[in-house]
Design a protein around this ligand. Sequence first.
Ligand SMILES: CC(=O)SCCNC(=O)CCNC(=O)[C@H](O)C(C)(C)COP(=O)(O)OP(=O)(O)OC[C@H]1O[C@@H](n2cnc3c(N)ncnc32)[C@H](O)[C@@H]1OP(=O)(O)O
Ligand SMILES: O=CC(=O)O
Ligand SMILES: [Mg+2]
Length: 531
Amino acid sequence: MAVPSEKFVSQPAQIHADTAGYEDILTPEALAFLAQLHRFAEPRRQQLLQARRQRQARYDAGALPDFRADTKAIRESDWTVAPIPAALQDRRVEITGPVERKMIINALNSGAKVFMADFEDSSAPSFTNQLDGQVNLRDAVDGSLEYRSPEGKEYRIGPHPAVLVVRPRGWHLPERHVTVDGETMAGALVDFGLYAFHNAHHLHARDRGPYFYLPKLEAMEEAALWDDVMALAEDELDLPLGTMKATVLIETLPAVFQMHEILHALRKRVVGLNCGRWDYIFSFLKTMRRHRDRLLPDRGQVVMTVPFLKTYSELLIQTCHRRGAFAMGGMAAQIPIKGDDDANDQAMAKVRADKLREVQAGHDGTWVAHPALVPIAMDIFDRHMPTPNQLHVQREDVKANRDMLISPCGGTISRAGFDNNVEVALRYTAAWLEGLGCVPIHNLMEDAATAEIARAQLWQWLHHGSLEFSDHAPIDFALFDHALAKHTHRLSESTLPGASRAKDAAHLLATLTHADQLGDFLTLPAYEQLA
Ligand SMILES: CC(=O)SCCNC(=O)CCNC(=O)[C@H](O)C(C)(C)COP(=O)(O)OP(=O)(O)OC[C@H]1O[C@@H](n2cnc3c(N)ncnc32)[C@H](O)[C@@H]1OP(=O)(O)O
Ligand SMILES: O=CC(=O)O
Ligand SMILES: [Mg+2]
């Protein structure tokens, strides 16, 4: 690490955990750097979280999200984002996955252009998981990452690894094991700060940079805080301004109304926006939680071709390309199905259709959740996108307005959909409490965002009262309690991920679902119980 230690002289961050084995990550210099980030960002972070609560209170009182009047000039004036570095010019297929040692190697070797190493939706943020992730990423960046499986299989990084992009936690999540001046640090800054501190120089020397995906933003001011944090980090680490690059997930309903503004706030370093469809659906549910006329049907029916999601993705493409930024697609939830060729063929056909829709709409790349999906997505993008990206596809034909973005799709609430929501919310939460952030359930990838949809739908369907299933049977709490008890019993008796925490997860879900208010994030109360 080339940073002179005398620059980091402030009172360092304090660690409240056993740090044995992590001494070279939690160095005094790194902890002083974290403390600097915290002191700079924390007052603004708190104000921004308060602004989220105030906005939600207005929506709960009947207001509807809309484009901002005070930022019209940003939307209507001509400007573009800074040039995109060579390493990120072609992002046609990006694989995502948790920061686990074997998976990082597999992802880097998968043939994808980019690997998004995830401290967020697919990670259960125990301090050990987060710190192991930092060790693994440091080893990946310096090229020394290796792994030997219990069966003796050797893993090492191949000659053409994917470009590394790191996703820190969102602004809302605390990291309770790190304090500064007695205040708990934001998980976002711990993940960002440690990765930047230990890897920025190594990456910069190889004509790369610390590249980030930024999750769950709700407003341009939140993007501006990230921009200022990165500028401070660049200054402290003696890097040229703009070395750190950001791709922002547009995965909240409030953010879709500020896409130009978010790009503008980060214009010196932003590379693109991404359609984080799962959190976006969750955010739609959460933002509109009190609006009975905007309920959504079974989550299986809320697919990217329904009008409000189609409008969101096409507006994102139009916005990005007008500003010279990439418009990344998102994640199909299907993963390979072993031992059932027909079911596997059907699942892969769904992935193909999703990627075809994205490339034909003008997206510059897409996400996959599993290495076996890389060639499938690559084939579609290679055939339909002969250029490294499609910034030239302006999509001036897209006419999106506020009403289109907030109109719910049609569909039904089925008993099977209700039961599946209970099962997925329970099994995912239980696995998360065991330290696993992403699990396959009924052959679909389930992570924090998809589980949030399941539990938010249950809350909404139950609390609006007198709703019915498609067969006209009433939806009520007795049904929920019964389904939860059934799935808790099944899970506890099984050898599935989450079995050991089934009862804790059930208690948490029962509390969240019966509560008068929809909790903002499942992962906030769950974090209190994460070992
Ligand atoms: C809404 C969002 O935020 S999407 C982004 C966040 N979500 C993700 O990133 C999902 C990442 N995907 C995963 O975690 C996994 O694919 C799961 C949990 C869904 C399925 O995992 P598994 O059941 O282990 O899959 P499977 O057994 O088929 O894995 C086969 C091999 O592929 C590897 N693999 C699977 N997914 C990935 C991945 N995303 N990255 C790297 N390697 C992977 C496995 O480690 C395994 O390797 P091995 O053969 O060397 O042992
Ligand atoms: O982070 C991605 C999403 O879909 O949520
Ligand atoms: Mg997400």
